[in-house]
Design a protein around this ligand. Sequence first.
Ligand code: URA
Length: 442
Amino acid sequence: MRMYDLIQKKRNKEELSNEEIEYMINHYVSGEIPDYQMSAMLMAIFFNGMNDREISTMTNAMAKSGDMVDLSSIEGIKVDKHSTGGVGDKTTLIIAPIVAYYGVKVAKMSGRGLGHTGGTVDKMEAIPGLRTNFSQEEFFDIVNKTGISVIGQSGNLAPADKKLYALRDVTATVESIPLIASSIMSKKLAAGSDCILLDVKTGNGAFMKNLDDSISLAQKMVTIGENCGRKMVALITDMDIPLGNNIGNSLEIVEVIDTLNGKGPKDLTDLCIKLAGNMLYLANKGTIEECENMAKQAIENGYAIKKLIEMVEAQGGDIQYIKNPNKFTKSKYSLDIVLEEDVQGYINYMDTEGLGIASTMLGAGRETKEDSIDFSAGIVLNKKVGDKVKKGDILCTLYTNDYNRIENARNKVKNSIIVRENKPKEIPLVFARVEKDKLQKF
Ligand code: URA
């Protein structure tokens, strides 16, 4: 078999056989297929797509390229969750403690920031002392003891995805349904949970910018998971507006703590109740309505925040920061972005990807793989889409420890927030829900 012929086939819009797809993935991981040939294949897939059989075969080959984690030594139903990536998306650290309180086990491997989107592992490392990298044995022990542990992706989990993702990131081939579906589902299948909730983001801050593509992506991932014996649900949720008010690692941890203490922003709290409700539903804890009520109660009665504290302690983090979030170090510099124009109106539009990029420019994300993160850098939004504003109002505040970063970030933020006289249409938090053979639109 020759990679050249496979590239030519896909370029000519022909189907690849299962053997061809397995050859391509295995020989790319082993280094026998060079990046330049795989880049050409990725671009051919980007333009010409793949059918469901091709996507499933590629996903399985990618999942089996490394360790397939066996979670059977953890008792009970294991539920995983994955977001396709967004700005201000800190839901994992809110919903995992909620469902763990009800006895659902969460043994989760999470990623770092990617492009303009943040990553759970980077956010967790903003908590002093907290470890996100330890042996599988210790990981299982913590889940058995506390019901929950979140760690970084182990080196040998779906290595094909690791290599392909790095290549897609630099060849403009990220926003492709077959490539995103196989990337996410290969990791989820390898990670071993019984049930998987997918949070498929849609909107200007997501990789999938329109609703139809997001639904199609969700349906493909649900089908792949169900065909591999996993119970699946996907929610298609908004990413036209950043989630919550805080963007940036320790700023987001503070918002996680506020939300678990019942004082979080409404959009973030409501979405977390829906996500946690669906995780509890997947674990057979009741109807969706009952499960959402259970999620609310876990916040109200203070048990979910106790679960977060248990997890942080078990992973070596300093729990005083969770008990008293004022302890988080503030950045050296801050700058209010004030509405200077003489207008009265509403925030009509936010370029959410632009705000994610601005947060990275302030130091909250990496520009190159080698960069270290400024945990206290980021943006706190004071106004969001639909809020009334007038001249002199503070729209948001920028935080950084590197003064030289402020000017560029300020310009990016100013261009990302649009004020107009008319009030924009309200955007729902959840657009659709996908289960096996079922699509509900809201
Ligand atoms: N998240 C992933 O893990 N992979 C993608 O391709 C996109 C988002």
